[in-house]
Design a protein around this ligand. Structure first.
Ligand code: E4P
Length: 218
């Protein structure tokens, strides 16, 4: 399973990369705004800075919602760096754009996916990644994890090449369930990645090992 970090914060991206387990980054307009990144030139420079930290897979989202605008923005984003994956919303013109980007060899991430039907459309349009949002479904009392399982089954039935990028992950249980189901990628905040390290028996076990070592070595 690939790990992406879901942030536009350069320090967090560096920290996750330094851990040695990072396969990519996802951003969205809200995450860019949270970092105070505004204006075309600054946005592009920020994506370039992210690309300079990681080895691959940096999702950069278009703002346009019409076909021509999505294509124009996506082509511009793709020019920033080979690592850029153009993130396109699951809307009518977005689906058309996914198909066109695919024919031009531009990698895409279809975002804001909340149903198996939307995931089928994204795959048929040739999206490189599909992003079902688990946490936001849970927030409205629907089963986000069930959606991941449904998409996995459907994609396997037809050997679709689109990778399932489980998004809106809020805690480690989400991430582990995604791994059990077989999501190809999980994108999550830094805290979820570092929370995977934690277990009280690891802490108490290490404390005891070090204490026993000290007893005979001091
Ligand atoms: C995915 O690409 C999105 O940026 C993200 O996972 C959304 O997560 P949220 O629901 O926690 O905002």
């Amino acid at each position: 399973m690939k790990f992406f970090i879901d942030t536009a914060n350069l320090n967090e991206i560096r920290e996750a990369y330094d851990l040695g387990v990072l396969d990519g980054v996802t951003t969205n307009p809200s995450l860019m705004a949270k970092e105070g990144i505004k204006g075309d030139a600054n946005v592009k420079a920020h994506y370039k800075a992210i690309c300079n930290i990681v080895d691959q897979n940096v999702s950069a989202e278009v703002i346009a919602t019409d076909f021509d605008g999505i294509m124009r923005e996506g082509r511009e984003l793709a020019k920033i760096d080979d690592k850029i994956v153009v993130k396109v919303p699951m809307i009518r013109d977005g689906v058309k754009a996914l198909k066109k980007f695919s024919s031009e060899g531009i990698r895409t991430n279809c975002t804001l996916v909340f149903s198996p039907g939307q995931a089928i459309l994204a795959a048929k349009a040739g999206a490189s990644y599909v992003s079902p949002f688990i946490g936001r479904l849970d927030d409205i009392s629907q089963d986000g994890m069930e959606l991941i399982a449904q998409i996995r089954l459907i994609y396997d039935n037809y050997s679709y090449g689109t990778e399932i990028l489980a998004a809106s992950i809020r805690h480690t249980i989400h991430l582990i369930k995604c791994a059990e189901i077989g999501a190809d990628v999980a994108t999550c905040p830094l805290k979820v990645i570092t929370d995977l390290l934690k277990h009280p028996l690891t802490d108490s076990g290490l404390e005891k090992f070090l204490a026993d070592h000290k007893k005979v070595n001091s």
